[in-house]
Design a protein around this ligand. Structure first.
Ligand code: CS2
Ligand code: MG
Length: 402
């Protein structure tokens, strides 16, 4: 089998997506997600200018060899741009292999280890009342797990909260908009938020919260400790985790489970976090952490240290990434939970997929491969439109973590 054509498809059905399509001489093709929110064109160039011609003529069945060729062969290893490109190639190759074997991808990954895949959705509101209502709506839809993000009194905009009630889409302007943040106001409010959610919805619903890299270790230790009575499923990205040591201090003060990793692209970004059991869930994703081949290494390593997976699954990860993730979630032993921010009908008019949702759980579907695809003709209707993620400043103007 040989690779005869490789296409990079950029489209914007409500938001930008980059998709890689690898076509073989036997007519089988595979697709991978190559979307990096706010830096899409960098990945497009990396693929078009440095990867596509290297793939032509290669045997697509040699997934590991191609992974090593594109990882070691780049010389400049790691980093979100190159590894997102690598992740797209890898996902497409696994899609091809499963199609050639005439089976759903999860079968190739060892078969299913569970009957269904628990997922969490987002509930956000500009204030306490609307946030509580949104949590109720998610529960009515059957979700067993809900991520709760709320506007903070005294702050004009908070992470994860859409200003006008529409679906939350942070890449909302050509150049970054500027948010203003107050850690003090956030820390004083958040425990009250979760006390109210528990009071209104009881103890059984899994509650998650994304701090989105905004605290210092001691602030995160305070928040984790004050949230203990509300037994969160996880507290996500409490601190920026380039300094993996930071998590040690939080761990000393609290039993609130911690999830980190959506911005990571290498096992080395999270090796200490995992082996020192400083986290409970690893969030690295198929699209941004080098595809299925690399995620197998990360998930297996995590399983040695009681760390479970909790893949990132925001809207800016395409249905193709979601499909591949669900096959992976179905098969691995140390699955934790899968994030799912639903894609709009417009997005679903460009992407097809076989995964299905029922009462808080997904199944990946029985289509061969990962079961997702892109309609190139439809995609052409929605040309790329540059959109940047916001930046964030403290109230005194200091540039902070968004
Ligand atoms: C967030 C993401 O879903 C999450 O956990 O951290 O929405 C993140 O803000 C976006 O993916 C950034 O593009
Ligand atoms: Mg997050």
């Amino acid at each position: 089998m040989k690779i005869v054509d490789v296409r990079v498809i950029v489209c914007s059905p409500g938001r930008n997506f980059v998709t890689l399509k690898i076509i073989t001489d036997q007519g089988i093709y595979g697709v991978g997600d190559a979307t990096l929110n706010g830096r899409e064109k960098a990945v497009v160039s990396y693929l078009e200018d440095y990867v596509v011609d290297m793939l032509i003529g290669k045997d697509p069945q040699r997934i590991e060899d191609i992974w090593q060729y594109l990882y070691r062969g780049a010389y400049w290893r790691r980093g979100p741009i190159g590894v997102t490109a690598l992740g797209a190639v890898d996902t497409a190759l696994w899609d091809i292999k499963a199609k050639a074997a005439n089976m759903p991808l999860y079968q190739l990954l060892g078969g299913r280890s569970r009957d269904k895949i628990m997922t969490y959705t987002h509930a956000n509101g500009i204030d306490l009342g609307t946030t509580l209502d949104e949590v109720g709506k998610a529960i009515e839809l059957g979700y067993q797990a809900v991520r709760v993000q709320s506007g903070v009194p005294g702050i004009a905009s908070s992470y994860g909260v859409s200003k006008y009630g529409e679906k939350y889409e942070p890449a909302n302007a050509e150049l970054p908009t500027e948010d203003v943040w107050s850690t003090e106001k956030y820390l004083n409010y958040t425990p009250k938020l979760f006390a109210e959610v528990r009071k209104q919805y009881g103890e059984d619903i899994h509650l998650l919260h994304d701090v989105h890299h905004r605290l210092t270790p001691i602030e995160a230790a305070r928040l984790s400790k004050e949230l203990e009575p509300y037994h969160l499923f996880w507290l996500e990205d409490p601190v920026p985790a380039e300094n993996q040591e930071s998590l040690r201090l939080i761990r000393q003060h609290s039993t609130t489970p911690i999830a980190i990793g959506e911005v990571f692209n290498s096992i080395h970004d999270c090796r200490e976090l995992i082996q020192d059991q400083l986290i409970d869930y690893i969030r690295t994703t198929i699209v941004h952490a080098g595809g299925i081949t690399h995620l197998k290494r990360i998930a297996d390593f995590a399983s040695l240290y009681h760390v479970k997976t909790g893949f990132h699954g925001a809207t800016d990860l395409s249905p193709i990434c979601m499909a591949a993730a669900l096959h992976f979630d179905y098969a691995i032993p140390n699955f934790g939970i899968q994030e799912h921010m639903e894609h709009s009908d417009l997005m679903e008019s460009v992407f097809t997929r076989s995964y299905e949702f029922e009462k808080g759980f997904f199944t990946p579907g029985e289509a061969i491969g990962h079961g997702a695809d892109i309609d190139e003709k439809e995609a052409k209707k929605y040309p790329y439109k540059r959109a940047s993620l916001p930046v964030n400043r403290l109230e005194d103007g200091t540039l902070w973590n968004w």
